[in-house]
Unconditional design. Structure first.
Lengths: 284, 271
């Protein structure tokens, strides 16, 4: 797999920040994200995870160091819209990113801005809406949809621009469990079936578990990096930066402390169930 | 109360009026408004009224919807009518008391004014009920595009209208949420004198404005992430087309204008 997004020694601070010395949000970060990967970014509020996303599609430009997207330097203003076409972004509040009063018009907004031919826009819009299973709602008004449906429309609006990567900044934070599931399934499917690189910022552990790679951020730096099993085995580090540990994993570690021989890298309930059943069978 | 706002409300139906191009509907509505003020006697007014009734029936939107749009302006209609009755001069005097005299001319003017205002509301409702808001703003953008010569940024204005229409329901929802939150904190919006009630609105308005600005900020972010850079180089998915029906309607309206002028000329002017 090729490197798709590359951070080279990146530091970033917001201007007009009151506390001048401590305002660096990203500190000398080096990071590469591979093409087709599914990366979850975890961290508590203010750790720099949203800024990380904004650096990826040139909303923010680092003060020192470089960010490259598919080989393009994000500080190159002439290529700004190339970068934004390649790397789409979905925000937390679905209401504040829907532009039009009809679903299909909203999905068409991106391609229209890119100057795509009308017939091709029509084709892309229909395809994007089918991919997120919102085709039946194409004539609906966005404010009549549920949160999960709105967020899927927002995702469709991004994929109609034919991006190679999608950044999602806490896309499920304002949704109910059903909506969260819908969005997660959609994103998984886009990554698996269409090879779109996904950077998924979240504070839900059970969502991060589904990624191929998990980054844990704290104070502008990546402190843990690896597949979910590796990352979630560092209970002490996760606790220190104020993150939860998946419930199944927590229970497993307590059982292990009590002397049961349970694997160290358990992440979900089904896995734990199998493990306990296995132990009980051994005993009997 | 707020859910009664009908601006930009689209009523989905499949009718001849719905299928007309937004541009021709805008032109026809404007023409209608002009003609209704050209009517000088009952015959020409009746002609316009028949045209309006036919249009209402043709757009397959329940008549109830139109009555709902007229309801809020009835006080204004009554007010204008009364003012006209009092201030109009000329014609035969019917009653006179104190400094006020009611004349036939006054009554006629009041009647014409009332009918005109009601027609104005109903005809603009036809436009908004049968036209998707985006098509409407696109139509305006197209119609006013010659103004680009005068450096008027027509695209940005149309985009602002689209966004305003898009956020009406969102902000109404927000108002309801804030109102409930303030009520839960003991705010009282129902009792007290007018001034107190107006003052009670402040705790709703301030959070509403703050949130509206936050939304605008986020929306601007989201739009630039989707490569929005103004009207230049932008294409549209839906290409509006003027069809035979559109030209027929424009022709029909031209005939009606001629009819009104003739009726005015041959049957005398009442107002």
């Amino acid at each position: 797999m090729d490197n798709y997004i590359e951070f080279k020694d990146v530091s970033f601070a917001y201007e007009n920040s009151e506390a001048a010395e401590t305002s660096a949000v990203i500190k000398r970060l080096n990071l590469t994200i591979k093409k087709g990967d599914f990366v979850a970014v975890l961290g508590h509020n203010g750790c720099g995870k949203s800024t990380l996303a904004k650096l990826c599609n040139a909303i923010e430009i680092p003060q020192s160091g470089k960010v490259y997207v598919d080989g393009i330097d994000t500080s190159d203003e002439d290529r700004l819209f190339d970068i934004r076409q390649k790397v789409g972004m979905v925000f937390q509040n679905p209401d504040n990113q829907i532009v039009a009063t009809i679903v299909e018009d909203d999905v068409a907004f991106g391609p229209e801005n890119l100057g795509v031919e009308p017939a091709e826009i029509r084709r892309r819009v229909d395809e994007a809406l089918r991919r997120v299973s919102m085709y039946d709602f194409r004539f609906s008004e966005p404010h009549k949809l549920s949160g999960g449906q709105k967020q899927r429309v927002a995702i469709a609006g991004i994929i109609a621009m034919k991006p190679e990567c999608i950044l999602l900044d806490e896309p499920t934070a304002m949704l109910d469990p059903k909506g969260r599931q819908e969005v997660m399934d959609t994103v998984k499917m886009l990554n698996r079936d269409y090879g779109i690189t996904v950077v998924f910022i979240t504070h839900y552990m059970d969502e991060a578990v589904k990624a191929n790679r998990v980054l844990v951020m704290d104070d502008g730096a990546v402190i843990l990096d690896g597949n979910p099993k590796q990352v979630f085995s560092h209970h002490d580090v996760l606790k220190r930066v104020g993150l939860d540990i998946p419930e199944a994993s927590q229970l497993a570690s307590r059982l292990r402390k009590d002397g049961l021989k349970i694997k160290k890298d358990i992440l979900d309930v089904d896995e734990l169930f199998e493990e306990i059943v296995g132990i009980l069978e051994d005993k009997s | 109360m707020l859910s009664d706002i009908t601006i930009g409300q689209y009523y989905k139906a499949d009718s001849f009026v719905h299928r007309l191009d937004a541009r021709s509907k805008i032109i026809l509505t404007t023409l209608f408004l002009v003609i209704i003020f050209m009517c000088k006697n009952f015959l020409s007014l009746a002609l316009m009224f028949v045209l309006l009734v036919v249009s209402v029936l043709a757009c397959k939107v329940p008549v109830k919807m139109f009555l709902k749009s007229v309801k809020p302006i009835i006080p204004i209609v009554i007010f204008t009518a009364v003012i006209n009755v009092i201030y109009a001069t000329g014609g035969t005097e019917l009653v006179s008391f104190w400094k006020i005299s009611i004349t036939t001319k006054g009554l006629a003017t009041a009647f014409f004014m009332a009918v005109r205002i009601i027609c104005l509301i109903i005809s603009s409702s036809i436009l908004t009920y049968t036209t998707v808001p985006t098509a409407l703003t696109d139509g305006i953008e197209k119609l006013f595009s010659p103004l680009k010569v005068l450096h008027v940024d027509v695209h940005t204005l149309a985009m602002m209208m689209t966004l305003a229409l898009r956020f009406i329901p969102t902000l109404i929802e927000e108002i309801n949420r804030i109102t409930n939150a303030q009520k839960a904190r003991g705010a009282d919006f129902e009792s007290g004198k007018l001034l107190e009630r107006v003052k009670a609105m402040i705790p709703i308005l301030i959070p509403l404005f703050v949130s509206a600005f936050n939304r605008a900020y986020e929306l601007a972010f989201a739009m630039s992430c989707r490569c929005y850079r103004g009207g230049e180089g932008r294409t549209r998915m839906k290409q509006p087309k003027m069809r035979v029906g559109d030209y027929m309607m424009l022709l029909l309206f031209a005939v009606i204008i001629a009819g009104v002028i003739l009726l005015n000329h041959f049957f005398g002017k009442i107002v």
